[in-house]
Design a protein around this ligand. Structure first.
Ligand code: C2E
Ligand code: C2E
Ligand code: C2E
Length: 89
């Protein structure tokens, strides 16, 4: 246990994602749409994703998981807290 508490969840801000240009958010949007469809979870303002899914997304974006996390934080799609989730990889 650390003073910072448990590993934070990776929570995608769906409203923010929809405001991004397609060339940035396209692959993320398609991935998220697949998860929503598999869960039947269409009505949220946010979507919690698996750590494993961030690894898959990093492959899709041709980045390391930590570089993709920084990008998603810059876009405003992930909270800066998400850094700690990825450090735990
Ligand atoms: P699955 O992986 O066999 O999971 C079956 C059910 O177990 C899920 O049904 C959900 O009710 C529960 N479950 C599994 N892992 C978790 C978890 O970490 N947290 C919570 N709260 N529940 C969990 P659900 O949600 O209807 O999903 C159906 C299937 O859709 C899943 O089968 C999986 O194949 C896929 N899926 C759903 N969400 C995700 C996701 O975030 N990432 C990935 N890669 N697949 C997902
Ligand atoms: P939390 O995980 O911190 O999520 C807070 C709120 O964010 C949720 O309130 C919900 O409105 C939204 N949210 C987070 N992830 C998702 C997502 O993947 N899809 C959608 N549609 N909304 C999401 P809510 O539903 O009142 O849940 C409050 C708390 O109850 C959650 O806090 C979590 O700690 C727990 N919880 C709710 N559902 C589940 C679940 O299926 N599995 C587990 N393990 N905990 C759950
Ligand atoms: P959560 O539901 O609070 O689950 C936190 C962690 O507990 C998950 O991190 C996973 O390591 C473990 N866990 C919870 N339920 C299960 C399960 O049924 N099977 C397995 N093998 N592990 C489980 P993870 O995978 O990084 O997921 C993070 C969050 O993403 C989950 O938080 C939940 O909010 C969401 N999520 C992931 N998969 C699913 C899913 O299949 N369905 C739904 N509805 N939500 C999911």
């Amino acid at each position: 246990p650390t003073p910072l508490g448990p590993t934070p969840k990776l929570v995608i801000d769906l409203e923010r994602m929809q405001q991004l240009p397609q060339e940035k958010a396209g692959p993320l949007s398609r991935y998220v749409a697949t998860i929503q469809s598999q869960r039947g979870d269409y009505n949220g303002r946010v979507l919690s994703i698996r750590q494993e899914d961030l690894r898959s997304l990093a492959v899709i974006y041709d980045k390391s998981p930590s570089d993709l996390t920084e990008e998603l934080i810059n876009w405003g799609v992930l909270d800066p807290e998400a850094r700690r989730a990825v450090d735990a990889f």
